[in-house]
Ligand binder design. Structure first.
Ligand SMILES: Cc1cc2nc3c(=O)[nH]c(=O)nc-3n(C[C@H](O)[C@H](O)[C@H](O)COP(=O)(O)OP(=O)(O)OC[C@H]3O[C@@H](n4cnc5c(N)ncnc54)[C@H](O)[C@@H]3O)c2cc1C
Length: 382
C-alpha cells in the first residue's frame, strides 16, 4: 500500500526546517531581496542546525538524509525565501559529484571538513558559451606530469564568490564532447582562480551568483573524480539527484503564493463582499491548489523512486518541470488576486514570481527537462 504519512523523524525534520524558515529566514527575506544581500549569518545558522550538506552520509559527519527527507526540508525553507534556500542547498549540488565519483580516501578528505565546519562549495558546469549543451563545454584540462592544468571560465555559479571548494567539469579534448569530460575537486584558494563580480539578479537575490575563471590552475591528478571521460556521467547523475529538491523548492514558493492569496481574498472586498466570494477568484484559488498538490506529489514520487535505488531520471525531470512551471503560474495568479497591491514591492507576492522564474531555468532548463522526459519515455516504446 502507498503511504503518504510521514514518520515521526520526518515530521521533526520538517518542524525544524519550518521553525528555522519562519524565525530566521522569513523576517530577513524582503530586506535581503531588496539589498541583494548575501546573509551569511543565516547560512551559518542553517549549518549549525544540520540544514546544509543534507546528502552527505553520516560517516563523514553529514545528515545522510534520503532525497524525500531533503525535499521536506527544502520545501519549508523555500516557503520563507527561495534565494536563501538556493544558497543553503548549493553544497548538496557541489558535493554530490564527490559522493558519486570519489574514492573512499577522496571522500574523507573533501567531505569531512564541510561537516566539521561551515564552508560553502560550488558546482562549476555552466560556461558563458552555453549551459544546456553540457557536453560542449570548453574549459580545458591539459595533463602535465602528475597534474592537470585547468583553463577556462564558468558562469552563473551559485555561491561562487564565497566558496572554499569547487567541483569543476573540464575537457581534455572538446572534439570528444561527453567522452572528453573530466571532473575535479579544486580548492577555492588554488592559484589562478579569479572570481568575477556577484551578479545582479531578477530574483534569488539573497543568493550569490558569479563567474569563476581558471587561469592555468594546477590540479593534482589525485583530485580527479573518477577516470578521464567519466565527468559527464558524474555531472548528469548529480543532476538526477539534485533536480528533485528543486521541485520541492518550487513547491515551497507555490505554497507560499497560494497561502498569501487565499488569506488576502478573505480580507479584500469588492462589490460589497470579500473577493473570495467571487467565483472567478475561487476558481483561480482551486487551480492554484491543484498545481501545488501536483507539484508536491510528483516531487515526492521522484524522491521515492530515487530513494528506492533507481536513477530516477524520468521522474525527477517531470517533477522539476511541473513544479517549476506550477510555481510560476501560481505566483502569477497570486499577484492577480492581490490586484494592484500584488505589483507593489510592499507585498510579498511579486518576489515569489521573480524567485519562481529561476526554477524553470537552473539545474537544466525546462526545455531540456522536456527533451529528457521525451527521450526516457520513447525508450519505453521503442
Ligand atoms: C541564478 C542562477 C544560478 C545558477 N547556478 C548554477 C551553478 O551553481 N552551477 C552551474 O554550473 N550552473 C548554474 N546555473 C546555470 C544554469 O544551470 C543554466 O543557466 C541553464 O542550464 C541554462 O543554460 P544557459 O543559461 O547557458 O542557456 P542556453 O543553454 O543558452 O539556453 C538558452 C535557451 O534555449 C533553450 N535550449 C537550449 N538548447 C535547447 C534545445 N536543444 N532544445 C530546446 N531548447 C533549447 C534553453 O532551454 C533556454 O531556454 C545557474 C543559473 C542561474 C540563472
Amino acid at each position: 500500500m502507498l503511504d503518504f504519512s510521514l514518520t515521526p523523524e520526518q515530521e521533526s525534520l520538517q518542524d525544524l526546517a519550518r521553525k528555522f524558515a519562519r524565525t530566521e529566514m522569513a523576517p530577513r527575506a524582503a530586506a535581503c531581496d531588496k539589498e541583494g544581500r548575501f546573509p551569511e549569518e543565516i547560512y551559518r545558522k542553517a549549518w549549525e542546525l544540520g540544514l546544509m550538506n543534507l546528502n552527505v552520509p553520516s560517516e563523514y559527519g553529514g545528515s545522510g538524509l534520503s532525497v524525500l527527507d531533503q525535499c521536506l526540508i527544502v520545501e519549508e525553507l523555500a516557503y520563507a525565501c527561495g534565494g536563501m534556500t538556493t544558497s543553503i542547498i548549493a553544497n548538496c549540488l557541489a558535493l554530490e559529484p564527490i559522493l558519486l565519483g570519489a574514492t573512499p580516501e577522496q571522500k574523507r578528505r573533501w567531505l569531512a571538513p564541510f561537516c566539521a565546519e561551515y564552508h560553502l562549495a560550488s558546482f562549476c558546469l555552466t560556461e558563458p558559451g552555453g549551459g544546456s549543451d553540457a557536453a560542449g563545454l570548453q574549459t580545458r584540462a591539459t595533463r602535465d606530469g602528475d597534474d592537470y592544468v585547468l583553463r577556462g571560465e564558468k558562469c552563473f555559479i551559485t555561491n561562487g564568490p564565497h566558496a572554499s571548494l569547487f567541483t569543476v567539469f573540464a575537457t581534455t579534448d572538446p572534439s570528444l564532447r561527453a567522452k572528453g569530460i573530466v571532473a575535479f575537486v579544486v580548492p577555492g584558494d588554488a592559484p589562478g582562480i579569479v572570481r568575477g563580480k556577484d551578479e545582479d539578479k531578477m530574483g534569488h537575490r539573497a543568493s550569490s551568483t558569479g563567474t569563476i575563471r581558471f587561469e592555468d590552475v594546477r590540479v593534482p591528478a589525485a583530485q580527479r573524480l573518477g577516470g578521464e571521460g567519466e565527468g559527464f556521467s558524474i555531472a548528469m547523475r548529480t543532476l538526477d539527484q539534485t533536480r528533485t529538491p528543486i521541485g520541492a523548492l518550487a513547491t515551497g514558493i507555490a505554497q507560499a503564493a497560494l497561502d498569501h492569496a487565499a488569506r488576502y481574498s478573505l480580507e479584500r472586498k469588492s462589490f460589497g463582499k470579500p473577493i473570495s466570494e467571487h467565483q472567478a477568484i475561487q476558481i483561480k484559488l482551486a487551480n492554484m491548489a491543484q498545481m501545488v498538490s501536483a507539484a508536491r506529489l510528483l516531487t515526492w514520487k521522484a524522491a521515492w523512486t530515487i530513494d528506492r535505488g533507481e536513477r530516477g531520471t524520468l521522474d525527477s525531470s517531470i517533477a522539476k518541470c511541473v513544479a517549476s512551471d506550477s510555481a510560476l503560474r501560481v505566483a502569477d495568479d497570486a499577484i492577480q488576486i492581490f490586484g494592484g497591491y500584488g505589483y507593489m514591492k510592499e507585498y510579498p507576492v511579486e518576489k515569489l514570481l521573480r524567485d519562481a522564474k529561476l526554477t524553470q531555468i537552473y539545474e537544466g532548463a525546462n526545455e531540456i527537462q522536456r527533451i529528457v522526459t521525451a527521450r526516457e519515455l520513447l525508450r519505453r516504446y521503442a
